[in-house]
Design a protein around this ligand. Structure first.
Ligand code: S3P
Length: 176
């Protein structure tokens, strides 16, 4: 039986995992953690520097390590990097630690949220919107493995948190 000790947020870059996660944690009285932050603390480097200096493969190795280390947590909201799901082992390990919630957003919504930000190395493309569409095309099948999916287009953070908290699976997982 899966023990639902945590809520894990997955979804593409710019889908609101950090903002929603922080607010969700507050409302549930849980702690908040973010896998990218853990990696930055562990290495003393920004995600951008890790990609630049060591490449994506090295970053994915660190990401998988961090996921393995999350198993001891309980009563945490865990926000994850957008590409965490491309490694099957990560999905299995994350699901063991809690209930997985996918924040889904259209490529256009994502693009509008990330276009003025500069810390996402995978979107340093000539045509970021096309790159977002391409990556979502590859990853969607993995995001769909979440226990719950929330359509976030046009919704405020508080509304997204309401939807998550009102879901029967979350209610069941967070009671006590
Ligand atoms: C990535 C998403 C980023 C970060 C890294 C790679 C991805 O996290 O982990 O730049 O592959 O989608 P956010 O989803 O928090 O931006």
């Amino acid at each position: 039986m899966r023990v639902m000790k945590n809520i894990i947020l997955i979804g593409f870059m710019g889908s609101g995992k950090t903002e929603v996660g922080k607010r969700l944690a507050e409302r549930l009285g849980y702690q908040f953690v973010d896998t990218d932050n853990i990696i930055e603390k562990k290495t003393g480097k920004s995600i951008g520097d890790i990609f630049r200096e060591h490449g994506e493969g090295y970053f994915r190795g660190l990401e998988a390590e961090v996921v393995r280390d999350l198993s001891g947590l309980s009563r945490h909201v865990i926000a994850t990097g957008g590409g965490i799901v491309i490694n099957r082992e990560n999905i299995l390990n994350l699901k063991k630690t809690g209930l997985m919630v996918w924040l889904n957003a259209s490529p256009e919504t994502i693009y509008n949220r990330v276009r003025y930000e500069s810390h996402r190395p995978l979107l340093y493309a000539d045509n970021p919107l096309e790159e977002i569409k391409r990556l979502i095309g590859v990853r969607e099948q993995f995001y769909k493995e979440a226990d719950i999916s929330v359509e976030t287009d046009g919704l405020e953070v508080e509304k997204i948190v309401d939807i998550i908290i009102d879901s029967s699976l979350v209610k069941k997982a967070t009671k006590s």
